[in-house]
Each structure stands twice: as C-alpha cells, then as structure tokens.
Design a protein around this ligand. Structure first.
Ligand SMILES: O=P(O)(O)O[C@@H]1[C@@H](OP(=O)(O)O)[C@H](OP(=O)(O)O)[C@H](O)[C@H](OP(=O)(O)O)[C@H]1OP(=O)(O)O
Ligand SMILES: Nc1ncnc2c1ncn2[C@@H]1O[C@H](COP(=O)(O)OP(=O)(O)OP(=O)(O)O)[C@@H](O)[C@H]1O
Length: 333
C-alpha cells in the first residue's frame, strides 16, 4: 500500500538522522505536548528495532494551521539567518534542529490523534479545534533532541521581557511582564508567560531574590548556571528594543520579528543529581533556549502588540504597584 510505503520512507529518513541506513522494526509517534503554535511528538521505535536505544530521544515539532505560523522550511531558514548568528557566543544554548519530510499518512494520523485527545479530555481546552495543515500545504516537521530524555528532570519557564518596554512611563512601578500579568490576573486569565515572579528577579545579584524567583519553578537553591544565559538574552533584547507603542503604531521600515521572538522564548533547564563530591546536591548541565521562531507581525499580531501596550499605559498598569500577588522588582528600586 502507498501509505505504508510513505510511512516507511519517513522511518528511513529518521533512521538516517541517527546514522542508520537500514532500520529494522517499526516506528510510531505519540503526542507529548503543545504550545499555541506548534505540537510536539515523541518518536518511538519498536523493541525489535535496531534503533530501539533511541526510543523517545528525539521529538518532532509540527506547526499548526493558524495565521501566525509560516512554512517550516522558511522558518528554519529564518532561524539560521537571523537567530543562530545572535548566539555565536554560546551556540550550545540553542538546540540543533533539522527539517524532516513527513508523508500524508503521518500528518493525517497526528491530526486524528489530536481529535482523539480532545474527545478524551486530554487536550487543554484553549488548544481545542486547531490542527496541522495537510501534507500538501506543509510537508515538513522539525526534528530535534528530546530535552526530557535521559536522567534528571526538565524545568521550563518563559523569562519574557528582561528589559522594560521603551514606552513605559518614566514613573513606572512595574516592568512590562508584571504589568501585563497584573492586567491579565485582574481579568482572571493567565498564560505560560506568568511564572509567578518578576523577570528582573532572575537577573538579581542578590542571591536570595534569585533563589526565591527560581523556587517558583523548581524546589531547590541551585541557580548558578542560569544567569549567564539570561544576561545574554537581556543584552539581545536591549539590542532589539524598537518595541514601544510608537514603534507598533508606526511600523513602516521596522522589523519586530527578532525582537518579539526574543521576548517570547522559553528557557529549559536539565537538572540532575550532582556527583557525590560536588558542593550542591543538584546541578544544571544544560540550559537551552526554545521556541525562538521569528514572529510574524501579520495575522493581527501587530495590532495585538499595539493594543496591549496601549492598554497597559492607558489603564495605568505600569504605574500602579502590582498588589498582593505581584512583587515587581521595579517597585523596589
Ligand atoms: O502576547 P504575550 O506576551 O502574552 O505572548 C504570547 C504567549 O503568551 P504568554 O504571555 O507567554 O503566556 C503565548 O503563549 P501561551 O499561549 O501562553 O503558550 C504564545 O507564545 C504567543 O505566541 P504565538 O501566538 O504562538 O506566536 C505569544 O504571543 P506574541 O509573543 O506573539 O505576542
Ligand atoms: N526539544 C524538545 N524536547 C522536549 N520538549 C519540548 C521540546 N521542544 C518543545 N518542547 C515542549 O513543548 C512545548 C511547546 O513547544 P514550543 O515552545 O515549540 O511551542 P509553541 O507553540 O511555539 O509555543 P508558544 O505557545 O510559546 O507559541 C515547550 O514549551 C516544551 O515544553
């Protein structure tokens, strides 16, 4: 059957990724998780496969059929041209990402799995109803190492805005992230960008402040490896800082794609038991930045950014203190 042959061809392409030209056994995919724009799938090999030692060691990332995503091949080119050069100081912060050609049957199977997850209440309510484009429209996925594979635990957070918005009032008491979190909490909504701490605390030279922020995401004092990566991210955000209300309202000749990507990426930390003679109980051998896709200002995004910034300014979210649930570092400067 053609569909089986196609799936076999995908299997061979994934085997080639691992340097194996004659794979045995079979391959399957299981849903791992998803964000607003992409779904993430574990890659499994049957026990009798000569690739079984690689079971769940890589993931596939498929874009969703929404106006804010662009073809995966173009996304990869943009990443290589615009994002990778920003991280030459430490390329290990980025995950190696490759393109993988899928086939109609695999894409269809994954869409059916999303439907099944919905029918069995295993897909978050806010993600329901969005699937992948058909193979004709999007033949590629990204393939990359699974950060959750192997020993240790994985902790993830979004640092969001590590530089204040250029259009925040001079007398601001809250940073861009805390101001938006306060607005959203007042409306009973919050997303992954609300980690429960002020992003500036992540850059604090005061150990107690840093530890207390990080304890919102994992329950230990170890933090030494995290700040260099965050400082670099802050530096890059400052270099790409044309993201004020004036910029969004006057977008001609402006490019927000890198600036807004730098403000919406995730930090993933791998945490493992330290060797017995180490000072700390745990250590962080890997810090990675995920989801640095360039942001497309189309599809209503530009209007959203302008509206959000205008609301924060006009409704006074920058200038009020956050209240009992938000402790912004700016209010303590
Ligand atoms: O607008 P923000 O700052 O809330 O960021 C959005 C994120 O919300 P967050 O605040 O991190 O919970 C939002 O994240 P979640 O929905 O919380 O996973 C998306 O990352 C969204 O980007 P896109 O639409 O997928 O390109 C993000 O939108 P843009 O960065 O593209 O505006
Ligand atoms: N290589 C990976 N290994 C393990 N988990 C991953 C990997 N890549 C992504 N994930 C998980 O999948 C989630 C969603 O992935 P990703 O951030 O790429 O989606 P997105 O739709 O672009 O996110 P957003 O909601 O920010 O737009 C991540 O937050 C992370 O938990």
């Amino acid at each position: 059957m053609q569909a089986d042959n196609d799936v076999e061809a995908v299997f061979h392409r994934i085997a080639t990724y691992f340097g194996t030209l004659t794979p045995t056994g079979s391959i399957s995919f299981s849903y791992l998780t998803e964000g607003a724009a992409n779904t993430i799938w574990n890659v499994h090999f049957s026990q009798d496969s000569n690739l079984s030692q690689h079971d769940a060691s890589v993931v596939l990332r498929l874009r969703k059929d929404i106006s804010s995503t662009i073809p995966t091949q173009g996304l990869k080119e943009q990443f290589e041209e615009r994002i990778a050069p920003l991280f030459l100081f430490d390329p290990s912060l980025l995950l190696p990402v490759d393109l993988l050609q899928l086939c109609p049957a695999v894409v269809e199977d994954m869409n059916q799995k999303l439907h099944h997850l919905e029918a069995t209440d295993q897909r978050k309510a806010l993600r329901i109803g969005v699937y992948h484009p058909s193979f004709d429209i999007e033949p590629y996925a990204m393939i990359m190492p699974n950060l959750g594979h192997g020993a240790g635990i994985v902790v993830e957070f979004k640092p969001k805005w590590l530089a204040q918005s250029p259009s925040a009032p001079r007398n601001a008491q809250q940073c861009r992230t805390c101001a938006l979190n306060a607005l959203r909490r007042s409306r009973g909504v919050s997303g992954r960008g609300d980690s429960g701490f002020c992003p500036f605390d992540l850059l604090s030279s005061h150990n107690g402040i840093l530890s207390s922020a990080l304890r919102q995401i994992w329950d230990d004092e170890e933090s030494s490896n995290v700040q260099p990566a965050l400082r670099q991210l802050q530096k890059l955000q400052r270099q790409h800082n044309e993201v004020g209300l004036h910029d969004f309202l006057n977008p001609v000749d402006k490019d927000f794609s890198v600036a807004m990507a730098l403000r919406d990426c995730s930090v993933v930390l791998k945490i493992v038991e330290a060797a017995p003679r180490e000072e700390c109980r745990l250590c962080i051998p890997a810090v990675k930045l995920l989801d640095l896709d360039l942001k497309d200002a189309g599809g209503g995004k530009l209007a959203k950014w302008a509206r959000m910034e205008a609301e924060l300014i006009e409704e006074g979210w920058y200038t009020t203190k956050g209240g009992p649930t938000i402790r912004c570092a700016m209010a303590f400067q």
